[in-house]
Design a protein around this ligand. Structure first.
Ligand code: GLU
Length: 330
């Protein structure tokens, strides 16, 4: 049985590189411990743990034990330090203020929780040697260490937390469906070398994820009534879907010029004749109607969902009302 752990520090929303470690551990391990590495008070951020738990839940990541906070295991860490000394092989194990360092706490916890595989980013490769020696000094056999490549930004350096889409929270806020973010991380797997962050790939996966959603699911996740779903289908992310829904449900009123009247009168006639939405748009176009005018009248915008789907989503009365109110009153 492969026993693994994901051990983030509670520094706020997860960086996608950390999320990669989380997903890689979940995919690889049979049993996963979620450990909160809060040994360095200077790095702890208020609310940081809640944020990262929310991110993991959003990604659909489940763990088998935890969250275990390292701060709650201080006694045990110091007991181990008493056995090893405050410094070991030139490495500080206990700070001057008496708190255990990352190296001490991490290895003691890995021993106590029977971790068999440590899977983490390349940036921790330099820690492998000292960690191995600490395992041995504690009378335990070292686990297997797997260090995966980091996610890099455009500048070729570790992706900055401020870069676009660099945190799990920023992907969620951008309306990326969770399954698209998760698929991207699963596709990366355990990269041997560093990889460049591919936000366009995540955006393509978001389009696929929306395509795979049932009508009910899409309506629910966009917070829109089911009747609007055909209009939401062209959205590339959930924010765009919400925005499409808003443009149909609560359009900004527009004032169109007199020149728009012939198109909108023709539109009203076709509505009156109860034409089916696709046929109506086709017919309107065939007689030289200006579709942009209709779109503006119905949604208050120049761009948005497919026009037939907007027409289909509205009652005949509502469509007529919008067409009328956008024209100059005479
Ligand atoms: N808290 C460390 C980090 O987030 C954990 C490293 C490890 O997995 O040992 O980088």
């Amino acid at each position: 049985m492969k026993r693994v752990r994901f051990a983030p520090s509670p520094t706020g929303s997860l960086h996608v590189g950390n999320a990669l470690s989380a997903v890689a551990n979940r995919e690889f391990g049979d049993w996963l411990l979620l450990r909160i590495d809060d040994t360095d008070p200077a790095r702890n951020v208020a609310g940081g743990e809640e944020e990262l738990l929310r991110d993991l839940e959003w990604l659909g990541l489940e763990w088998d034990e935890g969250p275990v906070r390292q701060s709650g295991r201080r006694e045990r860490h110091l007991e181990a330090a008493a056995q090893l000394g405050e410094r070991f092989d030139g490495t500080t194990l206990v700070r001057e203020d008496g708190t255990p360092t990352y190296h001490l706490a991490s290895v003691v916890d890995d021993v106590d929780f029977g971790i068999t595989h440590v899977i983490r980013g390349n940036d921790h490769r330099p820690n492998e040697a000292i960690h191995r020696r600490l395992f041995e000094a504690l009378g335990a056999s070292p686990p297997e260490f797997v260090h995966h490549g980091l996610i890099l930004g455009e500048d070729g350096k570790k992706l900055s937390k401020r870069a676009e889409g660099a945190t799990v929270a920023s992907l969620r806020e951008a309306g990326i469906p969770a399954e698209a973010a998760r698929s991207y991380l699963e596709e990366l797997g355990l990269p041997k070398h560093d990889v460049h962050y591919d936000l366009p790939r995540i955006r393509r996966l978001a389009i696929e994820a929306i395509g795979a959603m049932s009508d009910d699911e899409l309506a629910e996740r966009a917070g829109a009534p089911a009747a609007l779903v055909p209009a939401l289908r062209g959205a590339r992310d959930l924010n765009e879907a919400r925005d499409y829904a808003r443009s149909i449900l609560e359009p900004d009123p527009v004032d169109l010029p007199e020149a728009s009247r012939p198109t909108l009168e023709r539109f009203a006639e076709l509505l009156g004749a109860n034409a089916e939405a696709h046929a109506l748009i086709r017919e309107l176009k065939a007689v030289g109607g200006d579709l942009k005018t209709v779109r503006l009248a119905l949604t208050g915008r120049e761009r948005g969902p497919e026009l037939w789907a907007v027409v289909q989503a509205l009652s005949r009365e509502e469509a007529l009302r919008r067409a009328q109110r956008s024209l100059p009153q005479r």
